[in-house]
Design a protein around this ligand. Structure first.
Ligand code: ADP
Ligand code: ASP
Ligand code: MG
Length: 406
């Protein structure tokens, strides 16, 4: 008998038909003799609907109340699923994050899981009851409801799997595994049987939302066996593996992208040592993530300093910089909110050179100019005009021999 944590995302429980279909799938696994803990997202579109309700009341809703609101989406789907399973003669019971004991830090809207209490889950399993747990939510130290950031149900599932030492954490979604790139952008994308943990971490952090980045980090920390599969069709899905063989690995395994980029350029900053810190400290203190950074000397002891942030953070970042501009003698600050980021990822890059030049040549042949570049041992990212995103992804996919059938 195996213990599986099975998570079903928004599209997978997005209608009554889908809830019934998923209930059939869960019933099959249970009747095959497996112990199951089920984690659900809100029905597709529900979290966005709740966020828009809040916006209609307040432009700057209180984070505590926002969590109170958006966490309700999952409460609906878990109750409906428990009913659907009970109708099939199974013992199932829905649980909110706080009823399980999913304990988080206090950062509303992007809380991190600190601990998962296992007592209640274990006693339900011992009684033959399938716990149906609300994803994306927890409780923080001062007894408030918190949420884990968009896509956070993946992390709920992995954290429960780690705490219960489950045999596998199975993330059921609307694609049948992890592909070489988002199959919605490149129909020739290929499904991978396995992907290394390290590559999955990069793909998720660079925009592939098939797994929330924190769920991959969490799985790595506790060595959770993690698999992505379709809730629509049977299949093996994609297993995330922890052993890597960079020698045999393809140079590029996948391409990720993010549409959500923006850049800020401070024109004519002094070309001096502490400038980067002066600019980036207020941004970092406000919890805004800075991604790519470039400083270009323009002669006469001056430089242009450019960095990228998530598009949502652009206005706040700009506002945070106004007080430091006089100190730096900067008169002009330019912003660009039409950028996207495209990245190639592969552990095989560790043993190969020439990936960057192939990437730049491929983009150059398509007439796509590159605004910024960032690299690590196993990835190269470029920021480009967002109107070229699809073209860039497809031409790179072909250039690195990732197309289906090659
Ligand atoms: P869920 O609602 O089940 O959590 P998500 O929408 O969060 O599902 O994630 C699944 C989506 O991730 C797919 O529909 C696909 O468009 C997207 N995606 C992005 N990159 C990849 C990739 N490399 N492989 C598979 N899917 C990807
Ligand atoms: N319902 C939340 C969201 O839409 C969490 C999740 O689906 O994982 O982001
Ligand atoms: Mg998701």
């Amino acid at each position: 008998m195996s213990l599986f944590v099975q998570k079903f995302g928004g599209t997978s429980v997005g209608s009554f038909e889908r809830i019934e279909a998923v209930a059939d799938r869960i019933a099959r696994s249970a009747r095959a003799g497996h112990q199951l803990v089920v984690v659900l997202s809100a029905m597709a579109g529900e979290t966005n609907r709740l966020l828009s309700l809040a916006k209609q009341v307040s432009a700057t809703p209180c984070p505590r109340e926002l969590d109170m609101l958006v966490s309700t989406g999952e409460q609906i789907s878990i109750a409906l699923m428990a009913m659907a399973l009970q109708k099939r003669g199974l013992k199932a019971q829905s649980l909110l994050g706080e009823q399980v004991g999913i304990l988080t830090d206090e950062r509303h809207g992007r809380a991190r899981i600190r601990e998962v209490e296992t007592e209640r889950l274990k006693s339900m399993l011992a009684d033959g009851i399938i716990p149906i747990v609300a994803g994306f939510q927890g409780r923080c130290g001062n007894n408030q409801v918190t949420t884990l950031g968009r896509g956070g149900s993946d992390t709920t599932a992995v954290a429960i799997a780690a705490a219960l030492r489950a045999d596998e954490c199975q993330i059921f979604t609307d694609v049948d595994g992890v592909y070489t790139t988002d199959p919605r952008v490149e129909p020739k994308a290929r499904k991978m049987k396995t992907i290394t943990f390290e590559e999955m971490l990069e793909l998720s952090s660079l925009g592939a939302k098939v797994l929330q980045i924190r769920s991959v980090e969490y799985a790595g920390r506790y060595n959770v066996p993690l698999r992505v599969l379709s809730s629509f069709r049977d299949g093996e899905g994609t297993l995330i593996t922890y052993e890597e063989d960079a020698m045999d690995a393809p140079v590029v395994s996948g391409i990720a992208f993010s549409r959500d980029e923006a850049s800020l350029t401070l024109v004519g900053v002094p070309d001096a040592a502490n400038v980067a810190a002066t600019i980036l400290t207020p941004i970092g203190d406000a919890g805004i993530d800075v991604d790519m950074i470039v400083q270009t000397a323009t002669g006469d002891g001056k430089a242009d300093f450019t960095f990228t942030v998530a598009r949502n953070d652009l206005d706040q970042a700009r506002a945070l910089l106004s007080p430091v501009l006089p100190q730096l003698g900067v008169a002009t600050i330019r912003s660009d909110d039409t950028l996207c980021k495209v990245s190639v990822v592969g552990v095989g890059m560790k043993n190969h050179s020439g990936v960057a030049s192939q990437m730049f040549q491929t983009l150059g042949q398509e007439g796509i100019s590159i605004s910024l570049i960032a690299t690590s041992e196993i990835k190269i990212s470029v920021a480009i005009d967002e109107k070229y995103l699809e073209l860039a992804v497809r031409s790179l996919h072909q250039s690195f021999n990732l197309d289906e059938g090659e």
